[in-house]
Design a protein around this ligand. Structure first.
Ligand SMILES: NC(=O)c1ccc[n+]([C@@H]2O[C@H](COP(=O)([O-])OP(=O)(O)OC[C@H]3O[C@@H](n4cnc5c(N)ncnc54)[C@H](O)[C@@H]3O)[C@@H](O)[C@H]2O)c1
Ligand SMILES: O=c1ccn([C@@H]2O[C@H](COP(=O)(O)OP(=O)(O)O[C@H]3O[C@H](CO)[C@@H](O)[C@H](O)[C@H]3O)[C@@H](O)[C@H]2O)c(=O)[nH]1
Length: 326
C-alpha cells in the first residue's frame, strides 16, 4: 500500500515507518522536522513539509497515489499545552483539519491517528476500557479528543475510515538499535532515568510519593514502541472507508515510578540516585489500559516485556548518549 506517514521523523512515527517498510509497504514520511530527526527517516523517503501546507499534501497524495495516512505529527508536551494552548490547538487541531481536507480532496479514505490515554483524564475505573468517559484534564488531551470527534463526523458524512489509537506510555527503542527516543526537551521517565545511569544527570526525582498506590508513586502502562508499530500495521489491515476503530494500546500491566527505576538499575547495573519529590500537576495516580478490545478487533496484543522495553531503551541511549545529535 502507498502510505503517507506524518511525523514519521519523530519517535513513534519512525518506528512505525520501519515496521511498515519491513512489511512491504511503500512509505513516504512527511515531517516539518521541528521536533523530528532527519536521521530517523529513510533519506530517499523524507518530504520536509508542514501539516498546514494543504496544497503540498494534495500534490503528494496525487503524485504517489497515496491510499492511507498514518498521522503522528503533533505537539505532545502536556505542561506546555497548559501554558500555551494556542500553539496546541493551532498545530494539533488546525493542522490536522488541513490534512483531513487534503485527504478529502484526493479521495484518501483511511487514516490511523495517534490519540492518547490523556483523552480519558482522571480515570474512574482502572484498567481503562475504550467506553470510559473522555474528559481530558489538559489542552493537549482536548486537541486529541477534538480530532477523534472530527474523524467520527467525517466518517459519517464523507465515508472516512479511521483508527483512533489511544497510546499509553510509549517506551523502548528499535531492536536493531538504529533508532530510539530523542525528545527535546526530554520529559519522559525512562530516558531521564537512563540519563542518570549514563552520568548525564545527577538524579531522578520521583514526582509524588503519597499517591493511593502500593508504593505511593504513580502507576503507568509502558508499551514498547515496536508493539505500537505492530498495532498500527494491524489496524491498517482492518481499515475500510466508513469504518472506525477506537482502541487502547497498552499492555494491561501497571508499573510504578519506583518499580521502573528498580528495573533500570537492574538492566544498567548502576545505582540510580533518586530524589523523592512533590507531585507533578495534572498527573493521575494510575493509568493502565484494558487492551482486550484491540485484541478482539485487530488481533493485536503487546508482546514485549517491561524488561525487554528497558533493555532496548538502554541499548539505544548508551550507544547514542546525544541521541541523533542533530
Ligand atoms: N510518546 C508517547 O508516549 C505518546 C503517548 C500518547 C500519544 N502520543 C502521540 O503520538 C504521536 C507521536 O509522538 P512522539 O512521542 O513520537 O512525538 P515526536 O515529537 O517525537 O514526533 C512528532 C513528529 O511530528 C512532527 N510535527 C509536529 N508538528 C508538525 C507539523 N505541523 N507538520 C509536520 N510535522 C510535524 C515533529 O517534527 C515530530 O517529528 C503524537 O501525536 C503524540 O501526541 C505519544
Ligand atoms: O522526572 C520524572 C518524569 C516523570 N515522572 C513520572 O513518571 C510517570 C510517567 O511520566 P512521563 O514519562 O512524563 O509520561 P506521562 O506523563 O504519563 O505522559 C506520556 O504518556 C501520555 C499517555 O500516558 C501521553 O499522552 C503523553 O504525550 C506522554 O508524555 C508519571 O507518573 C510522572 O509523574 C517522574 O516521577 N519523574
Amino acid at each position: 500500500m502507498n502510505i503517507l506517514v506524518t511525523g514519521g521523523a519523530g519517535y513513534v512515527g519512525s518506528h512505525a515507518v520501519k515496521c511498515l517498510t519491513a512489511n512491504g509497504h511503500n512509505v513516504w514520511v512527511y515531517d516539518n522536522l521541528v521536533y523530528g530527526h532527519k536521521a530517523a527517516a529513510p533519506a530517499d523517503r523524507l518530504v520536509v513539509g508542514d501539516l498546514h501546507e494543504s496544497e503540498k499534501l494534495v500534490k503528494l497524495f496525487k503524485e504517489h497515489d497515496i491510499e492511507a495516512v498514518m498521522h503522528f505529527a503533533a505537539y505532545a508536551f502536556v505542561g506546555e499545552s497548559v501554558t500555551d494552548p494556542a500553539k496546541y490547538y493551532q498545530n494539533n487541531v488546525v493542522g490536522t483539519l488541513s490534512l483531513l481536507d487534503a485527504m478529502r480532496e484526493c479521495g484518501v479514505k483511511k487514516i490511523v491517528f495517534s490519540s492518547t490515554c490523556a483523552t480519558y483524564g482522571v480515570p474512574q475505573q482502572v484498567p481503562i476500557p475504550e467506553d470510559h468517559p473522555q474528559s481530558p484534564i489538559n489542552p493537549y488531551g482536548y486537541t486529541k479528543l477534538v480530532i477523534e470527534r472530527a474523524m467520527e463526523d467525517y466518517r459519517h458524512a464523507y465515508d472516512l475510515g479511521y483508527a483512533a489509537l489511544r497510546y499509553f506510555n510509549a517506551s523502548g527503542a528499535s531492536a536493531d538499535g538504529s533508532i530510539g527516543e530523542d525528545h527535546t526537551p526530554e520529559t519522559h521517565l525512562i530516558p531521564l532515568v537512563l540519563d542518570v545511569a549514563l552520568g548525564k544527570r545527577e538524579s531522578i526525582t520521583v514526582f509524588g510519593t503519597d499517591y493511593p498506590t502500593p508504593d505511593g508513586s504513580c502507576i503507568r502502562d509502558y508499551i514498547h514502541v515496536d508493539d505500537l508499530a505492530d498495532a498500527h500495521l494491524a489496524a491498517l489491515k482492518q481499515l475500510e472507508p466508513g469504518k472506525s476503530l477506537k482502541l487502547n494500546l497498552g499492555t494491561g500491566r501497571g508499573m510504578s515510578v519506583k518499580e521502573v527505576i528498580g528495573i533500570c538499575e537492574d538492566v544498567t547495573g548502576k545505582r540510580i540516585a533518586t530524589v523523592l519529590g512533590e507531585r507533578r500537576e495534572g498527573d493521575p495516580p494510575e493509568l493502565v489500559a484494558n487492551p482486550q478490545t484491540a485484541e478482539d478487533a485487530i488481533g493485536w496484543k503487546a508482546k514485549r516485556s517491561m524488561r525487554e522495553t528497558i533493555e532496548s531503551a538502554w541499548a539505544w541511549h548508551s550507544s547514542h548518549p546525544d541521541g541523533f545529535a542533530d
